[in-house]
Design a protein around this ligand. Sequence first.
Ligand SMILES: NC(=O)c1ccc[n+]([C@@H]2O[C@H](COP(=O)([O-])OP(=O)(O)OC[C@H]3O[C@@H](n4cnc5c(N)ncnc54)[C@H](OP(=O)(O)O)[C@@H]3O)[C@@H](O)[C@H]2O)c1
Length: 338
Amino acid sequence: MTNSRIGKAQLGMDGPEVGVQGLGCMGMNFAYGPTDGEEARATLERALELGVTLYDTADLYGHGENERFLAPFFKAHRDEVIIATKFALTVSPEDPTRRIIRNDAQYIRQAVEASLRRLDVDVIDLYYMHRRDVNIPIEETVGVMAELVGEGKVKQLGLSEVTGAELRAAQTVHPIAAVQTEWSLFSRDIEISVVQAARELGVTLVPYSPLGRGFLTGSFTNADNELTDDDFRRQQPRFTGDNAKANAALLEPIRAVAEAHRASLGQVALAWVHQQTQIHGLPVVPIPGTRRRSRVEENTAATRIHLTEADLAGLEPIASKVAGDRYADMNFAAASRE
Ligand SMILES: NC(=O)c1ccc[n+]([C@@H]2O[C@H](COP(=O)([O-])OP(=O)(O)OC[C@H]3O[C@@H](n4cnc5c(N)ncnc54)[C@H](OP(=O)(O)O)[C@@H]3O)[C@@H](O)[C@H]2O)c1
């Protein structure tokens, strides 16, 4: 396995450079079934050796446990890493299975203090609004986030799952460094309006679930019988029943490109996301999630694969054929407001 470090990209108009691929840390103790903590910690270190500097978490993940898990790694490498965390998604006190979106000032102030405490840092490098509460003007929410920058609690601001119009409105209040939204061979609604707005405004795109939550790697093809009961993907329309069967057939063109490049399916999926930088002319820093060293090596190596025009043409039709929505409740995706 090569020790080549990945390239770099800029985070926002005047922001720092980060490794062109970040690491999604959510699965390290949340959402995707059982985890080996030791291997997850070793994965963080291996990622850093390979040039990964943007580490993604959220207060939602394990209700704070994910931030606590990452804190010792961040402490050991504070000057080398960019810590990204998020606020806005919480659970209903009456029904823990129901998610609530909070964008109000009181909640944001409470959330940032709690994240700073759990992460055990003085400042968060990149603070995202995780989801938008449509009852509160986005300018108001970003206004509160901007106050956190002024107070030195946060360095840069990000938004997750917003439309292009919402991004433009937010940017009138304070520069937005990054928009985080799902973007992969399976999920391309970001291309409706967000990509163009981000390019015009100098915003970096941070695609989440670039491996289609693992589906695009071919390592599971039906959540019903291949994933544990507590795996979040069992509640998602694309991963179960007839949809999963139909979607598994969509991996064939990816397999063909992978064979031609002597690469894995996941590497082709990631190379496609990385190549959107050249296609759309803006920085794109995907954050594939893994808790295994071998996979962070495989995933970072995908930054060195260049897909040909013919490869891209073969992959182009996939997204339009995907069966099932991204979320069981599409109110959690910005596309529902496009
Ligand atoms: N803003 C948001 O609303 C939002 C939503 C979802 C996720 N996120 C962020 O985005 C990050 C990435 O998204 P994601 O984790 O949902 O999806 P993903 O990166 O598309 O896929 C992660 C899944 O793929 C598996 N995997 C990773 N590399 C692999 C490889 N080379 N071969 C085979 N399987 C591989 C992982 O398993 P192992 O861990 O076992 O390797 C995991 O099950 C998250 O960690 C989180 O930080 C943000």
